[in-house]
Design a binder for this molecule. Structure first.
Ligand code: HSE
Length: 432
């Protein structure tokens, strides 16, 4: 039976999941593929830490070159995350003629073109299904199965940590900090959880999805990014009252011939399927011009769901090696060259939720409506709750569709009024 030798770089949460999966399903993988997937070496900088897997001591090394320079190793799995030294390791593996499987969304979003070009030059492939949506099969459908379509819009819940935090704040009234701590304990969050909550992780995943969907390569700078740091219990409660859930959405949407790429907290109607996606579950709701609407959903973070995607890539790679197939046959659309114009955030049109802390005195509401009306923005609803205890009251306004640049000008005018306290809180309302 042909044997494929594997080197694993990074024995963290997902790395342990990969080892567990290979140990558990070795026999069935052999039976399915006729290949023996042999985990030969594991490199990690910390060899002492207690881990939830048993690996023979001689399999472990602190020297990554024991993998990268070993001519017997056919496939390198990179699971350390981040840009550097992951990029150097992946490029060295490729230059040494090794196939690569990675879950590294930051690396692919930033250096994907360069890495795939290096792979082409060296007649090997780089697979990265686990980089987006954890265990949900997304990149194969996006890059291949949907290639008959123009993908008109993608609305993704792509970060398990943020979805977990927002769900716990909404359903259980938990504080942001408590919910984040739980997400970290459950192994969903990045080593630096700021990347989850500031929207960067979702942005990386959106760059990859949108690039595959459109057969061109977008830049991280094409994406407007706003995280969930400033979402308060107040906004969650008002959203609920208005019939919405707040989700961190990653959006790629054609507006005429230009593509709007953005990640931001978004109010999603409670009856929409995306509102029902809770905890660490991820989902991608997309619209293709031929297929219509599709929803992909499943566990987007955590040890075993992510390991499922890594090992699936590994099996594909092993089959490609054994069949002498090259050039990432699955991902036909990930190329440079072609350009699609992207819209800046100021150019988009949306509906908006605005929360203003206002003094409760005559004429204040009229001033808000004058500021909005002056820029052609039509108000859709207003909530003002009485509070005898405080001098200010929250005024919550939702608008009809308006241009973002106009809304920002109106906000500037409102913030200049002496009858309000602090900044106006803006949350975009989804038009799904
Ligand atoms: N930190 C990521 C998340 C892990 O929370 O979704 C999966 O990429």
């Amino acid at each position: 039976m042909p044997s494929i030798n594997i080197g694993l770089i990074g024995l963290g949460t997902v790395g342990c999941g990969v080892v567990k999966t290979l140990q558990k399903n070795q026999a069935s993988i052999k039976e399915q593929t006729g290949l023996d997937l042999n985990l030969k070496k594991i490199a990690d900088i910390d060899l002492e830490r207690e881990r939830p897997v048993n690996v023979p001591k001689e399999m472990l090394t602190a020297n990554v070159n024991d993998i990268l320079d070993d001519p017997e190793i056919d496939v390198v799995i990179e699971l350390i995350g981040g840009y550097s030294p992951a990029k150097e390791f992946v490029l060295k593996a490729v230059e040494n003629g090794k196939f690569v499987v990675t879950a590294n969304k930051a690396l692919i979003a930033k250096h994907g073109l360069e890495i795939l070009e290096a792979a082409r030059k060296n007649n090997v492939d780089v697979y990265f299904e686990a980089a987006v949506g954890g265990g949900i099969p997304l990149l194969l459908p996006m890059g291949l199965s949907l290639s008959a379509n123009r993908i008109e819009s993608i609305y993704g819940i792509l970060n398990g940590t943020c979805n977990y935090i927002l769900t716990k704040m909404t359903k259980e009234g938990k504080s942001f900090e408590t919910a984040l701590k739980e997400a970290q304990e459950k192994g969903f969050a990045e080593a630096d959880p700021a990347l989850d909550i500031n929207g960067s992780d979702s942005m990386h995943k959106l760059v990859i999805l949108a690039s595959l969907a459109n057969r061109c390569f977008f830049n991280e700078k094409d994406v407007f990014v706003e995280g969930i740091e400033d979402i308060s219990q107040k906004d969650i409660q008002y959203a609920n009252e208005l019939g919405y859930c707040i989700k961190l959405l990653a959006i790629a949407k054609f507006e005429k011939e230009q593509l709007s790429l953005r990640v931001h907290p978004t109010m999603v109607p409670k009856e929409h399927m995306l509102s029902k996606v809770e905890n660490e579950v991820n989902a991608v709701f997309l619209r293709g011009d031929i297929v219509g609407d599709l929803l992909f959903s499943g566990k987007g973070a955590g040890m075993m769901p992510t390991a499922s995607a890594v090992v699936a890539d590994l099996i594909n790679v092993a089959q490609d090696i054994s069949n002498e197939l090259k050039q990432n046959v699955r991902l036909i659309g990930f190329e440079g060259g072609k350009k699609i114009k992207t819209l800046s955030i100021d150019e988009i049109e949306s509906r908006y939720y605005l929360r203003i802390e206002a003094q409760d005195k005559p004429g204040v509401l009229a001033k808000f409506s004058e500021a909005l009306g002056g820029f052609g923005i039509s108000i859709s609803s207003v909530i003002q709750t009485e509070d005898p205890e405080t001098k200010t009251v929250p005024v919550v306004i939702t608008t009809h569709r308006a241009k973002e640049s106009a809304v920002k000008k109106a906000i500037e005018k409102i913030e200049a009024l002496d009858s309000i306290n602090g900044k106006v809180k803006l949350i975009r309302i989804a038009d799904l």
